[in-house]
Structures are given as C-alpha cells and as structure tokens.
Design a protein. Structure first.
Length: 447
C-alpha cells in the first residue's frame, strides 16, 4: 500500500475503531472491509482507487456515515473514508462554491452564513454533503430553492479505473447526470461538487405545536387544512411518536419553518387553539447547530413517497410500541418537493410523491435488541404500501427486500442507470454495482 495514503487493515490496532467510526449509528452489520483509506486530497483518492483496481478489490465510499443501510461496508472491499476532504470554497463573483464530500451540513451552514450565501443543505447537522448530494438532496427550503442536486453544476470524479474527470452538462454529461441522483450506487468517487448558491444568508422563524394523536383521522384532517392555507415559504414537518412504556399516549409535533420572516407561523398555529412555542428570527446556521446529533444511538430508517393526505396517512401509523425509545419517530413532510411540482432536469433523481414519510428508530445497542426497532420501521412503510408512490434512496432501507435498491428509481430511470453502470463500471469494481444492476434490470416486484 502507498505510504501517501492513511490506510488501516484488519490486523492494525486502529482498524476496529476506524470501522466503528464509519457510521453515525453505533450498530453496523458484520461485513467488514479489507482496508479503510482516509485520503486527504483528490490525488490520494486516485491512489486508493488505483490500489483497489490493481489488487482486484471492490470499493465502497463513506462521506458522512449516514447510510443506515451501511453502503460504506463491502465484505473484503476497500472503504474510502472521505471525512478529511472537508473544504468549501465560495466564489462570490459567480455565486457558486466548490464543496468537498466530507463537508458536513453544520459546517456548510456556518461557512455559507459567514459568506452571506445560502444553499438547500440537509436537515441533519452531521450528514456529509457527498452522500446527500448524490442521493438527490431534500433539504431546507426545497419548495423554493429546489432539490440540492439540481444545483450541482459540475463534479470532480474519480472513476473505478482510477481515471479522474471533471463532468458537467457539456463534458461527460452522462456521468454528471448520475452525480445528480444515483446515490450509493454511483459508479465512482466524487471528490468535489460545484454548486450554485442562493444570494443572501438564510434566516427563518420557527413554531411548534405538540398534540395528542389519539384521534389520528381528525388530527390528519386538521393538518391538511393547515397545509391548504400555508404560503410556499413555510416548510412543514410532522413528527409522529407512538406511545411507549414511558410515553403514555401517541403524540404529533407540527413544526413550521418560515423562510419569509413576515409569515406569522406561531400565530398560524395558535389560531387553531394549539399550544404553541415559537422562535425569534434566527440564522439557518444557528438552527442547524441546535439540532440533535443522536450520538451513541443505533439507528435504522425506511422511506416512502406518497400523495395521500394526512387524514389518510396518520390512521395507518402505530399508536403504541413498547420496544421503541422516546427518541424514535416518523417524519412526515410536504416540503421535500419543489412548490411547482417539478422534477430535476438532467438528473437521475425523481421525487415521486408530494409527501415524504420516514420512520427513524433510535436505540441503545448495549441494552436493547435491534430486531424490533428495524421491524417497526419496516411495518410502518408496509402499512402505507397501497398509498406508496416511490422510495428515496437516501433514506430507504436498502436491505429490506430483494428489489430494495431498484425500486428507489422509477421505470424511466432504471434502464438509464443500469446503462451508466455498465459503461462506467463494467468490471463491477464498486461494491454495490452488481446488486444494483441486477435489480435495475429486473421487473419491479409487487409491494
């Protein structure tokens, strides 16, 4: 192995700790890479990829460690841990930035705020921008700013054979299109993204109402009524929490975030007689800094898109779950789509519903069994099967079923992505290529 790259192999005393640090979840599957590389530059990424190629080893990639399907782990593969590629450079004259994949949401929020610029960054502070952008990017103020991948103007890519290319609409547009939505099955390693920024630092007002959810149909109808009256600059998310051994009743928190500070979000909730707390105008960077990190938790998630109203969705969600912790919840948001209902051009990403539903389980692996946590996330999405219009590759459980990867891409995208994988990774050097190609070329299974 090249001394130019920071490597750890299975026999090294640091290997176990480095493998554990690949994920934000304290539970990971048992499969283990042959080596973990922590490059400090794009050139070192090329060195690591070339080494894997020359030694017949597959590649897996880690940006921020938020793949709860552990796509960063391939048995006997080389995992490239991109955490040290964490530079962000703003070009004020062009209104753009070059962002490396290890930059986290919290870091990007703070640096862009200082630069007087904004971008539809993700909602979780420790998410790496690499995986977030590749998956499509459902971020803050998506209704107005669009999906994050739409703002990717160019990318600096290391292909599985070690070749490095800058790709955009004019140069290697096919692989640039895959940068915008292929997610963990992207055939290569992106070492930089050039993105279009929004002028002006982002500021918001927020308001929250937590309500008992024992009458879910009526509550859902009330939320639908609220949504019909809210203006576009207001982002809406509902956090559904089942009753547990420590929480006597199911509850739902309605969170409103206004990117137009003139919108009275707190008053909007108070007018309905709901107990409300609100915030003063604050920077988006401060909001992100204050969000939970969930350190020490084991995590599992799943996802569905749907066009169903809340009055139809909420009665399908479980009221009581003894095995869950109080930190587990289901996130339902109508703000993961553009307000005009459009989809990204020149991209593989296709949001296929008006509402995003994501169950997230949090537990302590030292004292709690994983199985009921994961089963709850899967039961939640299964209960919505007849209302489901698709799945988001950035949050879906990619280990759930034989077509879990393939069904994240609508039919018009599946063949395109399979062809891109065949062209750019014909030897299946990326750890997920073979699985993805098989699923993309097979007829979608019935839900």
């Amino acid at each position: 192995m090249s001394d130019a790259v920071d490597w750890a192999v299975g026999s090294d005393p640091t290997f176990a700790a480095r493998r554990a640090a690949l994920s934000v979840s304290t539970w990971q599957p048992s499969r283990s890479p042959a080596a973990i590389a922590r490059p400090r530059s794009a050139a070192e990424v090329v060195t690591a990829v070339t080494y894997a190629r020359d030694h017949g080893l597959q590649l897996a990639v880690r940006s921020g460690g938020h793949s709860l399907s552990a796509t960063h782990l391939g048995e006997g593969a080389v995992t490239i841990d991109l955490r040290r590629l964490d530079r962000l450079k703003v070009d004020h004259a062009r209104g753009t930035a070059w962002i490396e994949p290890g930059v986290t949401v919290a870091q990007a929020a703070r640096e862009l705020d200082r630069a007087g610029m904004a971008f539809p960054i993700g909602h979780a502070p420790t998410v790496g921008l690499g995986g977030y952008l590749l998956a499509g990017g459902n971020g803050w103020n998506t209704p107005q700013w669009g999906h994050a991948c739409e703002r990717v103007l160019a990318a600096d890519v290391v292909l599985p054979d070690g070749e490095r290319r800058v790709v955009d609409l004019e140069r290697h547009s096919e692989i640039w299109r895959a940068v915008r939505g292929a997610g963990p099955v992207f055939p290569g390693v992106v070492v930089r993204f050039q993105v279009a920024l929004e002028p002006g630092a982002a500021h918001v007002r927020r308001a929250f109402a937590t309500l008992e959810a024992t009458e879910p149909t009526a509550l859902g109808a009330a939320i639908d009524d609220l949504l019909s009256e809210l203006p576009t600059p207001v982002e809406t998310t509902v956090f559904w929490r089942p009753a547990t051994r420590r929480r006597p009743r199911a509850e739902a928190t309605i969170a409103l975030t206004a990117f137009d500070s003139a919108v009275p979000v707190a008053a909007t909730l108070e007018q309905r007689g709901w107990p409300t707390t609100g915030t003063a105008r604050m920077s988006l960077a401060d909001v992100v800094d204050g969000l939970p990190r969930h350190q020490g938790d084991a995590l599992a998630s799943d996802h569905v898109w749907t066009d169903a109203p809340f009055a139809a969705l909420l009665p399908r969600l479980s009221q009581h779950e003894d095995a869950l912790t109080e930190r587990s919840s289901i996130l339902l948001t109508t703000s993961s789509r553009r307000a005009d209902g459009g989809v990204p051009d020149h991209a593989l990403y296709r949001p296929t519903g008006s509402t995003s539903v994501s169950p997230y389980a949090h537990w302590d692996p030292r004292t709690q069994d994983r199985r009921p946590q994961v089963e709850w996330t899967r039961r939640t999405t299964a209960a919505l099967a007849d209302l489901t219009t698709g799945h988001y590759v950035g949050e879906a459980d990619l280990t759930n079923r034989p077509d879990a990867v393939g069904r994240c891409f609508p039919p018009e995208i599946r063949q395109d992505l399979a062809a891109i994988l065949e062209r750019y990774d014909p030897h299946e050097r990326m750890a997920w290529t073979a699985l993805a190609r098989a699923q993309l070329l097979s007829p979608p299974a019935r839900t």
